[in-house]
Design a protein around this ligand. Structure first.
Ligand SMILES: [Zn+2]
Length: 325
């Protein structure tokens, strides 16, 4: 099968031939329809503690059609031809980050217990957005409650947008973004958000003038050094700072400031299967509309070029690979 392969940091992905995955009895083989390129993949292709092993096929945000079913999967659970997405886990291994080949390929294998069916009302493009939306859902659930709260979303990338959509869903009083990119602001506007702060300004001050108070909850979705300290500085007493962006370098904060305000800092990563199921249910009911965040749908051959472009701030938001092209 054709796949985009990570060979080494500093070198673009390479399109090559790869053996299709062999499934174990609890596994299923999917013909991949769409797979999202995630910031995590970009991150894992860089030198550092989070780097994936050479030879990795990335891709953990996929939707596809079942083409083979392991002997241990009972026939009343799944059928050939059914459309599914899946949590990217097989036992303690992760799909698309080194352990198991991911969805930047014609086929991907999944654990049948992690697979979730896609109803007819959810097309394959939307199916590939279930994973990033589930990340946002899990993050917002980890914030306990956002209902009635004034929320600042730092960074309007796919995960910032997903968090914002769920904050609105769960009744946040205000959802304001701090974001540079005109494209991402436009996307957030299409999804129905209207309040934005230029990060070059005094974000705390700007938030106060928009919302009339400090942000009760801040979702830090950038993950660059210094972001956490800025959140601590602008938080009100007993405010909540959610660490969603991945920062893998040492960063410094002034604990006294957080201490004096009795702040909570809560980290969130990943999701549970219920988050996939709830996301799909809400998509089916038309209560989630993440499609505007898709800026590009590309072929597998285009992946190396787009993957390099995504390393820099660009006009792209969520890029999906169409594996049927
Ligand atoms: Zn992802």
């Amino acid at each position: 099968m054709k796949a985009a392969v990570f060979e080494q940091p500093g070198k673009p992905l390479v399109i090559g031939e790869r053996d299709a995955p062999r499934i174990a009895e609890n596994e299923m083989l999917l013909r991949v329809k769409y797979c999202g390129i995630c910031g995590t993949d970009i991150h894992a292709s860089r030198e550092g503690p989070f780097m994936a092993p050479p030879g990795t096929v990335f891709g953990h945000e996929f939707a596809g059609e079942i083409v083979e079913i392991g002997s241990g999967v009972s026939s009343n659970q799944f059928e050939i031809g059914e459309r599914v997405t899946s949590l990217p886990f097989i036992g303690d291994q992760t799909i698309g980050l080194g352990d198991v080949d991911g969805g930047y390929a014609e086929f991907v294998k999944v654990d049948h217990q992690q697979a979730v069916k896609l109803p007819d009302t959810i097309d394959d493009v939307l199916g590939a957005l279930v994973e990033p939306m589930a990340v946002g859902l899990h993050s917002v659930k980890m914030a306990d409650t956002v209902a009635g709260k004034k929320v600042l979303i730092v960074g309007a990338g796919p995960i910032g947008l997903a968090c914002a959509i769920w904050c609105r869903f769960f009744g946040a009083d205000k959802v304001v973004f701090s974001e540079f990119s005109a494209t991402r602001i436009r996307i957030a506007e299409t999804i129905g958000f209207s309040e934005f702060i230029n990060p070059e300004k005094d974000v705390g001050e700007e938030f106060r003038s928009l919302a009339g108070a400090e942000p009760d909850v801040q979702f830090e979705c950038v993950g660059a050094p210094g972001m956490l300290q800025s959140c601590i500085e602008r938080a009100p007493p007993r405010g909540l700072v959610m660490g969603i962006g991945v920062c893998d370098s040492p960063d410094s904060i002034t604990p006294l400031l957080a201490f004096m305000k009795e702040l909570r800092i809560q980290w969130a990563v990943g999701y549970d299967k219920v988050d996939f199921e709830f996301t799909i249910k809400m998509m089916t009911q038309g209560r989630l509309e993440p499609m505007p965040m898709v800026t590009d749908i590309i072929s597998l051959e285009e992946v190396p070029v787009f993957f390099e472009q995504l390393r820099q701030p660009s006009s792209q938001c969520k890029v999906l690979i169409d594996l049927m092209r």
